[in-house]
Ligand binder design. Structure first.
Ligand code: ADP
Ligand code: MG
Length: 503
């Protein structure tokens, strides 16, 4: 049975302009509950959390903390009420150290804080150098800093907004361990995730959010995985994806390859040879750090070629500038859309069409506004991007929708080959389905795709053929039935049938 009520949300509404994002949300959280909140991109999860945190104001409805109605809607009041949110995108001060970032705002002696913090880190089993500059941290490490900030504040209501999307397996396990400890202490946790497996692994309760409402809430034990999937997807989505899948064309391996690498070498990878055929999705599997992103950025003219050749449609593109490579018909959608892929402040229309403008991304004076709007509308419709209008700032879109804008943008140049680098990292199940549908559509239009992904399920689901990359070299090729997670995982870690781990 559940403990005392920590948080009661009653009939909350919120609109941004004409876009009604929350349509009468009621949700309760009790002591010792881990409530998984799942839902498609743009469903309104982050907005609801930001309202609880006092970052956004709701238009209607009431919020109670430990039975008392919240009257102040300031963030400081939420913090004083013991609510702490780890945001989806970490917000650290890049020039401050890890420790400075964690203890900022505390009125306590430095030595005391230092002890509490090191004890806390020991307790959750995380090993972070406190003196490092935040700007040198990986996304996973930034997340850890954010979580430590909340834990150090003894939050009673902890909100984790997709905390594991950028964490490694070990980091996730230690996060789960600390979540379990917090739960045992009676802390209530709202855990937003797009990974259904995590719901069953860590949550006591689950709520599904769809289109600004919560159609389903209950104890996890009441639900099967299938029931949750059904609850998540809009009723027609599954049919659409099945239709596309049934109509997938066969790859013609006797055709001339669209793209070829011959003994291609650069920083982080060596002697890579591969061919991609028309309309083929070639998966490049591997672990993070295997050298695949470096391979992509080198092909794309961002890094130096150290040897070998890159050929696109018979044309030698080795060592050409990014602009020339794009003109030749190759486009690259980078892994970290927050830093490379998007111009957060500009609007959706400018972003979708900016790839056509070559080196002058912000110079939308080159395209007439009408043409820009026409093309943008096409992508918004095709990819089901959830926006209030074309002039909505991209930074305010949810992660999956941002990713769709970036992929839309890469297609506006009609490329022959698109390199997608971790295209669905950090986005939820429903948006993931949309991105897969986009990739299948591309394939059917004859565009070839080089798919870099560390998500083996994704590689298996999408690829016509797979090559594995381990420590900068290709060490395996898989076709047909051999494309399965076991084979790919083993090869990615450099394990073959004859050798053991570490051998
Ligand atoms: P989720 O976290 O479930 O993916 P969000 O709460 O981020 O969803 O977004 C819900 C909807 O609200 C989206 O359509 C998004 O574009 C819109 N939205 C979120 N923040 C803003 C904002 N600051 N201004 C305008 N629209 C916003
Ligand atoms: Mg969100």
């Amino acid at each position: 049975m559940s403990g005392k009520a920590l948080l009661n949300i009653k009939d909350v509404y919120k609109s941004f302009g004409i876009n009604e994002v929350l349509k009468g949300i009621s949700l309760d959280l009790n002591e010792g509950e881990v409530l998984a909140l799942i839902g498609g991109n743009g469903a309104g999860k982050s907005t609801l959390m930001k309202i609880i945190m006092g970052i956004y104001q709701h238009d209607r409805g009431e919020i109670f903390v430990r039975g008392e109605k919240v009257t102040s809607n300031k963030t400081s009041a939420a913090l004083a009420n013991g609510i702490y949110m780890v945001p989806q995108e970490p917000m650290l001060f890049p020039n401050m150290t890890v420790k400075e970032n964690i203890v900022i705002g505390f009125n306590k002696k430095n030595s005391e804080l230092h002890k509490e913090l090191t004890d806390l880190m020991k307790e959750v089993g995380w090993n972070l150098d406190l003196s490092r500059k935040a700007s040198s941290l990986s996304i996973a490490e930034q997340q850890m800093v954010e979580i430590l900030r909340g834990l150090l504040r003894h939050a009673q209501i902890l909100i984790l907004d997709e905390p594991t999307s950028a964490l490694t397996f070990d980091e996730v396990q230690s996060l789960f361990k600390s979540v379990n400890e917090l739960k045992a202490k009676g802390i209530g946790i709202i855990y937003i995730t797009h990974r259904l497996a995590e719901v069953f692994e860590i949550a006591t309760d689950v709520a599904i959010m769809r289109d600004g409402k919560i159609p389903l809430r209950g104890e996890v034990s009441e639900f099967t995985r299938e029931a949750l999937v059904r609850g998540l997807l809009p009723p027609d989505a599954q049919d659409k994806e099945n239709d596309i899948r049934e109509n997938l064309k066969e790859v013609d391996y006797s055709a001339k390859p669209v793209f070829e690498l011959q003994n291609f070498s650069g920083y982080g990878f060596t002697d890579i040879s591969l061919k991609v055929y028309p309309g083929e999705i070639l998966g490049l599997a591997g672990v993070i750090g295997a050298g695949r992103t470096e391979l992509a950025t080198t092909v794309f003219g961002k890094d130096k070629v150290l040897g070998g050749k890159a050929i696109l449609e018979g044309k030698d593109i080795t060592g050409l500038s990014t602009k020339k490579v794009m003109e030749a018909g190759l486009n690259y959608v980078p892994e970290d859309r927050h830093y490379h892929g998007l111009f957060k402040l500009s609007d959706v229309a400018a972003n979708t069409t900016s790839a056509m403008l070559g080196e002058k991304p912000m110079g939308n004076f080159l395209l007439n506004r009408k043409e820009e709007y026409r093309m943008t509308q096409k992508y918004i419709d095709d990819f089901r991007i959830k926006v209030t209008g074309q002039d909505q700032a991209v930074g305010s879109l949810s992660g999956g929708n941002q990713q769709k804008v970036v992929i839309g943008r890469s297609l506006s140049t009609s490329p022959k080959l698109v390199i997608l680098d971790e295209p669905t990292r950090g986005i939820d199940a429903a948006a993931r389905g949309d991105v897969y549908a986009i990739i299948h559509q591309l394939r059917n239009q004859g565009v070839s795709v080089l798919l870099i992904s560390s998500d083996m399920e994704e590689i298996v689901e999408l690829s016509d053929r797979v090559m594995t990359v381990c420590q900068g070299r290709i060490n395996g090729e898989f076709k047909g039935e051999d494309i399965n997670q076991d084979n790919l995982m083993a090869a990615s870690f450099g394990i073959t049938k004859d050798t053991e781990v570490g051998a």
